[in-house]
Design a protein around this ligand. Structure first.
Ligand code: PEP
Length: 268
């Protein structure tokens, strides 16, 4: 177990991001975005909706003028070119995105994403001024084989290779144990905290202490309205990446309105 040695930074404003995956028509996207917008208060956490490429402009229009940000779920590392079916960082930003998910486990598992492509995508996202949400996390087999730390370390080092601490200042990490994504099995808060502490200490050791202290680390994996409060009570959890429950307006709004003493203090 990693012991908790957290330096809470004022930079670590809580951040709740929804990942809509490959769901919703434009009309459904518009309706959901409007509900999320009206459910977000003025002083809450940062909120982002990471939507399918087709819905970016519609959702960006629906949340314009509010604190809700729009994000992509993936990008290509090249700026432009003959890459049929791909979308660049510049195109995401131009369409209204402020953030982008990189290296989601579904992309690693189904589409051959590697730490090397994550690294290249991170460079492209930062170059276009997007806030990258870099996903890492172990499979069940890896956890059971006591390889959790090793897997996370390889993914974090691979994603951040070649960057200076200054370049990584806006980067958000999402710790998403693969066995908890879409399965209804949430990591116990202490289990999540342990991995988050490991990631923060790893970034401190391998890259920079100040960067690590200010880096937002989100938890993802079956986050729901009824478990967000206990997760956010952990000192190294700075928010959540939410899949299935981000498609249900009332539940997602309740997640945004998480209630814990520790979480509330960190909103200052
Ligand atoms: C995700 O898509 O990143 C995710 C965590 O999904 P879910 O919340 O459905 O487990």
């Amino acid at each position: 177990m990693e012991d908790s040695a957290v330096m809470t930074s004022p930079l670590r404003k809580p951040f709740i991001a929804g990942n809509w995956k490959m769901h919703l028509t434009l009309a459904e996207s518009l309706a959901l975005a409007k509900e999320v917008r009206s459910g977000c208060g003025q002083n809450g956490p940062d909120v982002a909706l990471c939507v399918p490429f087709t819905a970016i402009t519609v959702v960006a229009g629906a949340v314009q003028g509010s604190s809700v940000l729009v994000g992509g779920q993936d990008l290509h590392w090249e700026a432009q070119g003959a890459f049929t079916g791909e979308v660049s960082a510049r195109q995401l930003a131009d369409a209204g995105c402020r953030t982008v998910v990189i290296g989601h486990s579904e992309r690693r598992r189904c589409f051959g994403e590697t730490d090397e492509t994550v690294n290249k995508k991170l460079k492209a996202a930062l170059g276009a001024g997007l806030v990258p949400i870099v996903c890492v996390g172990e499979t069940l087999d890896e956890r059971e084989a006591q390889k959790t730390y090793r897997v996370i370390e390889t993914q974090v080092r691979g994603a951040f290779a070649g960057f200076s601490p200054a370049e990584l200042g806006t980067v958000v990490v999402a710790y998403e144990p693969v066995w908890a994504i879409g399965t209804g099995k949430t990591a116990a808060p202490a289990q999540a905290q342990d991995s988050h502490t490991f990631i923060r200490k790893l970034v401190a050791r391998a890259i920079d202490e100040k960067l690590a202290a200010g880096m937002r680390i989100l938890y993802g994996g079956s986050v729901k309205a009824d478990n967000i409060d206990s997760l956010m009570a952990e000192p190294d959890l700075d928010g959540a990446l939410v899949g299935g429950e981000s498609l249900k307006a009332a539940n997602f709004v309740r997640i945004i309105q998480f209630k814990t003493q520790a979480g509330m203090e960190r909103k200052a």
